[in-house]
Every structure is written in structure tokens, then in C-alpha cells.
Design a protein around this ligand. Structure first.
Ligand SMILES: O=C(O)CCC(=O)C(=O)O
Length: 274
């Protein structure tokens, strides 16, 4: 098992890291069942955003998962909010139609094409898990390793075909890949004959807008519980960052990582146990 610092170094270089077995079968089954329920109630729709509001009890343990949050606060600092929580399923397609195709190369929301090969803190990161093993039939994740630090661009015609520099990642059900939003990636068409589930917890910096609304009654209830516990980390996830003003104007004359660690420690110490 790599240490957190080793992971962070690999993430800076490659643009992603995979945490194994973060979610268990019972959790994944409850998400598959929720997907089926939502799909049945919405004319067979397969893509759902705002799923924290739709299923707060099932989703909050994933959004606030300590393993994920510890790593992303190391990457982004204690400035992390939920941008959107997406539960989706890609329907299967015929093998002949999928031959030689990828789902679509892209960088993620809030990214930009890098100007230099320097590492920069991402504006957003994606914590993706798949609710089944990504075999060749279900369709592996494809990544252009290090592309968050390369000014790679692509013609529209090249977006749907394999890339010479791609790496295929056959993740297991319940693993979580945490990506830098600048890393170019794509899914692979699903030829398994079954649904290919995709669960994306997308986080961004607290001074950006968020895509999910966070105003629904269930999300507001979670926010109230976080306020009562004085849990700033959880409040930030739900769009409220009470320390933003001093922390975003700190003078920036000490290393970011040292400051971030100090602030994260202060946040932990401020929590009132119920
Ligand atoms: O299908 C996949 O494996 C990746 C999908 C993805 O990256 C996206 O929808 O942003």
C-alpha cells in the first residue's frame, strides 16, 4: 500500500490514483437498486445528477468518505465542495458497433488545456467508481497518463477512437479512481449485454459555483447536522465555507501544503462530538 505522500507524488506525475475496495458490495447493491428505481420512475432515463438530494442516506457516506476526503484535501487544500454527484448506467451496445471505438476523450468540468508541464492544483477532481469489474466487455477506463501537464488537443474526429498514448485501467467494482480534472480520459463502449454503472463524486474548489443545487430539503438537513457538529469540512462539501475569506487571503508566503495541513487540523479539532 503506498503512503499518502507517495500517492500524491504519483498523482502529480500521472494525473490520477486508484484506491482499491473503497465501497463494499452492500453499498454498491443499494446504489444499483436506487438506479433501477429512479430509472423506472423516469421513463428509463439512465443518467442522474443531484443524487445526494435524491438519496441522501445512501449517498452521504460516499460523498463524505474519509479516505477520499483525506486525499483530496491534500490535493486541493481544505477548500472542497461537492460539485455534482452522478449515478449513471451506460446501456450495452452491439460488439460490431463498438469495435475500434472509445466513448469520447475529454478533460473534465472546470479544466483548461495546460500551458506548461508544471503541476498545478486542480480546480476540480473526479472520484469515480464502477459498480462492476471493468472487464474488456464492460469497458475499461482509458487515460492519457500525464496529460494534465501536456498541452494536448484533439480533433473531433479523433475523440471517438483509441489514442496511441492511452493506458487501459481495468478497475474492480468498488475501487475509486481519483483524477485531476486536466487529465484526458474516456470510457469504453459497453458490450457486456448488461448495464455498465458509473458513479461519479465530483468535487471542486469552494469559491467556484457548483453544478448540483444543494438547496433541496435533504441536502439542507445534512448541512444543518454539519453546522450542529461544527464540522467545517462537511459544511464546505455542501457549499458553505465559513473560513474562506481569511484562508483565501493568507499572504501566501508559506508553503501551501503546510498551511493546508494546519487548517485541516484546526477543522478536525473544532468538531463537537455528539
Ligand atoms: O465511462 C467512463 O469510464 C468514464 C466516463 C467519464 O469520464 C465521464 O463521463 O466524465
Amino acid at each position: 500500500m503506498p503512503t499518502l505522500n507517495e500517492r500524491f507524488e504519483a498523482y502529480k506525475k500521472d494525473g490520477f490514483t486508484v484506491f482499491e475496495k473503497v465501497f463494499d458490495e452492500q453499498q454498491m447493491q443499494s446504489w444499483r437498486e436506487k438506479h433501477a428505481e429512479l430509472s423506472a420512475a423516469n421513463d428509463g432515463q439512465t443518467w442522474f445528477g443531484n443524487t445526494l438530494e435524491l438519496a441522501p442516506k445512501l449517498m452521504w457516506p460516499a460523498v463524505s468518505h474519509p479516505t477520499i476526503l483525506e486525499f483530496i484535501e491534500k490535493v486541493m487544500g481544505p477548500f472542497v465542495q461537492l460539485d455534482n454527484l452522478t449515478l449513471a448506467a451506460f446501456p450495452p451496445m452491439e460488439k460490431e458497433k463498438a469495435e475500434g471505438r472509445v466513448s469520447g476523450w475529454h478533460r473534465d468540468r472546470w479544466a483548461h488545456v495546460p500551458y506548461t508541464d508544471a503541476y498545478h492544483r486542480p480546480n476540480a477532481i473526479n472520484a469515480i467508481s464502477y459498480l462492476q469489474d471493468l472487464t474488456d466487455e464492460f469497458g475499461p477506463l482509458r487515460v492519457i497518463v500525464g496529460s494534465h501537464r501536456k498541452p494536448i488537443t484533439m480533433e473531433d474526429t479523433d475523440r471517438a477512437i483509441p489514442h496511441p498514448d492511452e493506458t487501459l485501467i481495468h478497475m474492480k467494482a468498488g475501487d475509486v479512481v481519483i483524477t485531476h480534472n486536466g487529465v484526458i480520459h474516456s470510457g469504453t463502449p459497453n458490450t457486456s449485454g448488461k448495464l455498465r454503472y458509473f458513479f461519479s463524486i465530483y468535487y471542486n474548489l469552494t469559491w467556484l459555483k457548483h453544478t448540483d443545487h444543494h438547496t433541496g430539503p435533504h441536502t439542507q438537513q445534512l448541512l444543518e447536522a454539519a453546522r450542529t457538529a461544527n464540522n467545517y469540512q462537511h459544511m464546505r462539501l455542501l457549499g458553505v465555507d465559513e473560513q474562506l475569506q481569511p484562508r483565501c487571503n493568507s499572504g501566501f508566503l508559506r508553503s501551501d501544503e503546510e498551511r493546508w495541513e494546519e487548517w485541516a487540523t484546526a477543522d478536525r479539532e473544532a468538531i463537537k462530538e455528539a
